[in-house]
Design a protein around this ligand. Structure first.
Ligand code: F0G
Length: 461
């Protein structure tokens, strides 16, 4: 196999020690955590692949920028610096910060829900996006291509919208009942899978035809642009910024969790192309929900760090290294026979746990079982993206089934080395060898919304 890789395009200036605790201790801690690794203390985790959200390392330029933070309540210099970067990248007229992605969602999404029985359609809603759609009284409908569910089969853009289905959904429900089309780039829940420019363009054209607003949920928009450059004809000579701008031209509203491609530990972005009325409405709501519109829940220093991070995330050397780490881990697993969502996407390797542990039914959460086994095996924390996360059908209250019962090994930005990834690969491969011994889980406590964060469980049998 191709074990070769290019070295990190950075050197290490500061270190944070990590340690591996004993297996006996891990057994005890996982039981105490109710078999839900969200309840583990981070110091009891050796390599933390729970998420790439806010867990990356800042650059020296970002640390330096922190010192420039202007903490004025209104009209902060740091706001104007960040605003100029966001406008430069998106080309949009209006910008409001939010404390993180879901802050942006809670302020903007309800504005588009005008009456009962409305729905948003997305290639795939992220879980907080889905929650805010539902809190706003609307339905969240996913509309991804079928290839996305065939984990073992190659497709360059598994995050794409299913265009025929999209049109049929709009016709079926009536365009007056569609609140907006949300382009999630990359498609996180399906494997960090990219969406092609051609597909984004066709989706936007359908939305325009029906007069529907187009939103970009662009937590990982730079990673998506990198895939377009690599895999789509006509883009190899364009810069990441040019591709990103072309993407933003297709939409009306940009919502971003800046904790991903903002290379920051905290922050969110609301950008609106040119709808002044919507901007004013959002501005009105952001004050009581997030903060005054020139800070929106962010400190001045965080806005400074984000202004720098947004630009660094467009750097091709950085992106190439990041994607190569994901590819490397994916290849190591695939070579050992571990089923993964293939090809690997932007921010994580997604292990197909329906294929990994086919003896565990979906409502006993096979991916959660693998996540737990991996922690016990090697102290690595991953996360379940499957039926545990999806929760229950709002009408029938039944657990939602999905062919995608995934364990996400999420790689924080600029944080771990290839040596760490080898530890992860070996841990997963060892669990795979013992896969027949894995057991399903049942709830001992099940919260009503976003249950995966705080649920408590126990192994069955
Ligand atoms: N949209 C997408 C596509 C996301 O991946 C996330 C967060 C959000 C919105 C919400 O942003 O966390 O800043 O409030 N994803 C994280 C994850 C939590 O682990 O994938 P947030």
């Amino acid at each position: 196999m191709k074990k070769s890789y290019k070295a990190e395009p950075y050197r290490i200036k500061m270190v944070e020690p990590i340690r591996e605790i004993s297996k006996d201790k891990r057994i005890e801690l996982l039981e105490n955590a109710g078999y839900n690794p969200f309840a583990l203390r981070s110091e009891d985790v050796y390599i933390d692949l729970l998420t790439d959200s806010g867990t990356g390392a800042m650059s020296h330029e970002q640390w330096a920028a922190l010192m420039r933070g202007d903490e004025a309540y209104a009209g902060s210099r740091s706001f104007y610096r960040l605003e100029s970067v966001v406008k430069h990248i998106t080309g949009y007229d209006y910008f409001i910060p939010a404390h993180q992605g879901r802050g942006a969602e809670q302020v903007v999404l309800p504005k588009l829900v005008k009456h009962d029985n409305m729905a948003f359609i997305s290639n795939m809603h992220f879980d907080t996006t889905r929650a805010h759609v539902e809190i706003a009284g609307a339905r969240a409908i996913d509309c991804t291509i079928d290839e996305c569910f065939k984990t073992g089969e190659y497709h360059p853009f598994k995050g794409n919208f299913h265009l025929d289905k999209l049109r049929a959904l709009i016709d079926e429900r009536g365009k007056e009942n569609i609140a907006g089309i949300i382009m999630t780039i990359t498609n996180n829940s399906a494997g960090g899978q990219p969406v092609s420019m051609a597909n984004l363009r066709a989706t936007a054209a359908i939305a325009r035809e029906y007069g529907l607003p187009v939103l970009i949920d662009g937590a990982r928009y730079a990673e998506n642009a990198w895939f377009v450059k690599q895999r789509e004809q006509g883009y190899k000579d364009k810069s990441i910024l040019e591709i990103a701008r072309e993407t933003f031209e297709l939409a009306d509203i940009f919502l971003m969790s800046a904790k991903k491609d903002g290379l920051s530990n905290m922050g969110g972005i609301i950008a609106i192309r040119n709808d002044k009325e919507l901007y004013r409405e959002v501005q009105g709501t952001v004050v009581p929900m997030e903060g005054f519109p020139t800070y929106g829940g962010m400190s001045g220093r965080d806005m400074e760090a984000l202004a720098v991070g947004l630009q660094e995330a467009l750097d091709e050397d950085y992106l190439t290294h990041r994607m190569d780490q994901v590819r490397y881990l994916g290849e190591r697993l695939k070579e050992a026979g571990v089923p993964i969502q293939y090809p690997t996407g932007g921010h994580a390797v997604f292990v197909d746990c329906k294929a990994f542990a086919p003896h565990i039914p979906f409502d006993q959460f096979p991916a959660q079982s693998v996540v737990n086994a991996l922690y016990l095996e090697s102290g690595v924390r991953a996360v379940e993206i499957g039926s545990l996360l999806l929760g229950r059908d709002p009408d029938t209250k039944a657990n939602i089934d999905t062919p995608l019962q995934l364990m996400r090994l999420t790689i924080p930005r600029r944080t771990y080395t290839y040596a760490h990834l080898d530890v992860v690969a070996e841990g997963v491969i060892n669990v795979y060898k013992k896969r027949k011994t894995l057991r399903g889980l049942r709830f001992t406590y099940e919260p009503k919304i976003l249950r995966h964060f705080t649920a408590k469980m126990e192994p069955i049998g």
